[in-house]
Design a protein around this ligand. Sequence first.
Ligand SMILES: NC(=O)c1ccc[n+]([C@@H]2O[C@H](COP(=O)([O-])OP(=O)(O)OC[C@H]3O[C@@H](n4cnc5c(N)ncnc54)[C@H](O)[C@@H]3O)[C@@H](O)[C@H]2O)c1
Length: 303
Amino acid sequence: MNVDAVMLGAVGGPKWDNVPRDVRPEAGLLKLRKEMDLFANLRPSTCMPALAAASSLKEEVVSGLDVMLVRELTAGTYFGQPRGMQMWEGKERCIDTQSYTVDEIERVVRAAFELAMKRSKKLHSVDKANVMETGVLWRRVATQVSVDFPDVELHHMYADNCAMQLVRWPKQFDVIVTDNLFGDILSDCAAMLSGSLGMLPSASLGAADSSGRRKAMYEPVHGSAPDIAGQSKANPLATILSFAMCLRYSFDMVEDADMLEAACANVLDAGYRTGDIMQPGMMLVSTQEMGEQVCLELDKLAA
Ligand SMILES: NC(=O)c1ccc[n+]([C@@H]2O[C@H](COP(=O)([O-])OP(=O)(O)OC[C@H]3O[C@@H](n4cnc5c(N)ncnc54)[C@H](O)[C@@H]3O)[C@@H](O)[C@H]2O)c1
């Protein structure tokens, strides 16, 4: 595909529930990820101070939180072979296979180190090296890659401990890198620290070309929210913040990305809320009004 970046709106819905899986809109999404070879899924979990009181955790635990979870997206348990159902000693059994090559681990860990270099130079690599062979390999490769990034502090952590630490004291983390399966679970856990699905952006990055530019796709974490479709209730901030990630990672327009993120934070500070993040005393606005407020803030910041 001859583009550097794709900005994707959520797809899918009940209308397609009864059509075969391979022709549902979500199948197109998987095809895009596969064809662009998007192996690193970046899921930021930030908690803007204005929303800290709305979290299910204590305000001091989440306020100002800024964690980036990097999930390997194209290998591991969801793709490993053999998989499926078979008869074994006269009974049905099902198999999924966790499989990683050195290259599959190295490229995502390297992308995470590069990210850590641009942030606070701290990286947690998460595995289950105590009970899984792929975990042993993951840890070995992460340690080898760390030699190329002497300025980054590397910590290894078991996935179960990481889940506990994310709800105990998430601010100990800056960048976390982990495999597809653990990343699926831990990224949702980290995501809820920031309050609502409607606030969560994401980026998926592919391999760097000779100029160092990575193919990338940006999208909100949430789906098409069919239960509120057409009612102007959806929070547009996850999509707007996904575009801020696009400016930052695909176009190196760091100042514009900062400005867009600041505009979103200012709108929340001013008390505007869509229904999903509504709190007592705040102003309930529609999708369109929230978008307009962000544009007004951008005008002010750019003046
Ligand atoms: N990347 C994608 O395109 C993507 C991702 C996930 C799900 N989906 C598809 O979306 C459809 C619905 O899936 P689902 O219901 O499991 O997940 P969903 O994320 O669409 O909705 C889950 C809940 O969160 C709420 N929600 C989601 N986004 C919101 C927003 N911006 N503002 C306020 N509330 C929001 C919804 O109203 C709903 O109650 C399915 O067809 C699914 O396959 C698509």
